[in-house]
Design a binder for this molecule. Structure first.
Ligand SMILES: NC(=O)c1ccc[n+]([C@@H]2O[C@H](COP(=O)([O-])OP(=O)(O)OC[C@H]3O[C@@H](n4cnc5c(N)ncnc54)[C@H](OP(=O)(O)O)[C@@H]3O)[C@@H](O)[C@H]2O)c1
Length: 252
């Protein structure tokens, strides 16, 4: 199977590091023009654009801010004229014990929901009419195993934010399929990135490895090819689906 994304412009949020970086790199390798979104890691984003080459450009937006998130999609359309696919990948996992002060706990919830979920909602709100005007498009939502299996007591907001990504993707798939708009969820388990490093440091790699069925931890490069396939259109009749990439640590 040859995947050719030549002619597609794809916005990847949180592409400066981790899973998003590898998704952007692999989309670029398959010929897409990649809009590399970042929040604060500008050097990493610029270096990635250089590596991808072509017309790839870096776009900054703080996704906790609704107006900046709204502006992001417009900036990308201004730069390229058209967007074919949005990969809503950026996310945060905030350690937020139940015993925290109410103000702190609520702040953690708000931050988590704003960055992980509301930003994807705002980008969806912009992308849908744009896609309708241009004959269709694809939205890919990065959820998590936590959306299905649940997470620990310290990450209630994180799990809730990811469950919401699944239901948003399903709603978009059902609402706009006739307008040639497809929506998919990707749900990784533990992936070796900065986000996962806290757990590796706290519990040790052997412990984390013990929770999965395979013999090595999942890397960003194990997640990205699925996103490339979904972006290609070869899996359009799977619209509304969620794909688990969790090394059989949770099978449902
Ligand atoms: N790693 C895992 O084990 C795992 C498992 C399941 C699901 N996931 C999900 O996969 C996605 C990527 O995770 P990752 O592990 O690659 O995380 P990561 O290495 O921590 O990278 C997070 C990315 O999100 C961006 N970001 C965070 N807050 C932002 C904000 N306020 N505004 C703009 N950008 C922001 C960061 O950009 P800057 O650095 O430029 O600010 C960075 O590019 C997330 O949605 C995560 O929930 C991860």
């Amino acid at each position: 199977m040859h995947i050719d994304l030549e002619g597609q412009t794809i916005l990847v949020t949180g592409a400066s590091r981790g899973i998003g970086r590898e998704i952007a790199r692999q989309l670029g390798t398959s010929g897409a023009t990649v809009a590399v979104h970042y929040g604060s890691s500008s050097d990493e984003a610029v270096a990635l654009c250089k590596e991808i080459g072509g017309r790839s450009e870096a776009f900054r937006a703080d996704l906790s801010d609704a107006a900046e998130t709204d502006r992001l999609f417009r900036d990308v359309v201004d730069a390229y004229g058209r967007v074919d696919c949005v990969v809503n990948n950026a996310g945060i996992a905030v350690h937020s014990p139940l015993g925290s002060d109410l103000d702190d706990w609520v702040r953690d919830w708000d931050n988590t929901l704003h960055v992980n979920t509301r930003a994807a909602g705002i980008l969806t709100r912009s992308a849908v009419p744009h896609f309708m005007e241009h004959g269709g498009g694809r939205l890919i939502y990065m959820a998590s195993r936590a959306a299905f299996r649940g997470d620990s007591e310290d990450y209630l907001a994180y799990a809730a934010s990811k469950g919401a990504m699944v239901s948003m993707a399903r709603s978009v798939a059902r609402a706009f399929g006739k307008q040639n708009i497809k929506a998919f969820t990707v749900a990784p388990g533990f992936v070796r990135t900065a986000m996962a490093q806290d757990a590796i440091d706290a519990y040790g790699e052997e412990f984390v490895l013990g929770g999965i069925a395979l013999d090595r931890l999942t890397e960003p490069a194990d997640v990205a090819p699925t996103v490339v396939l979904l972006a290609s259109g070869l899996s359009d009749h799977a619209t509304g689906c969620s794909i688990d990439i969790n090394a059989a640590s949770y099978v449902h």
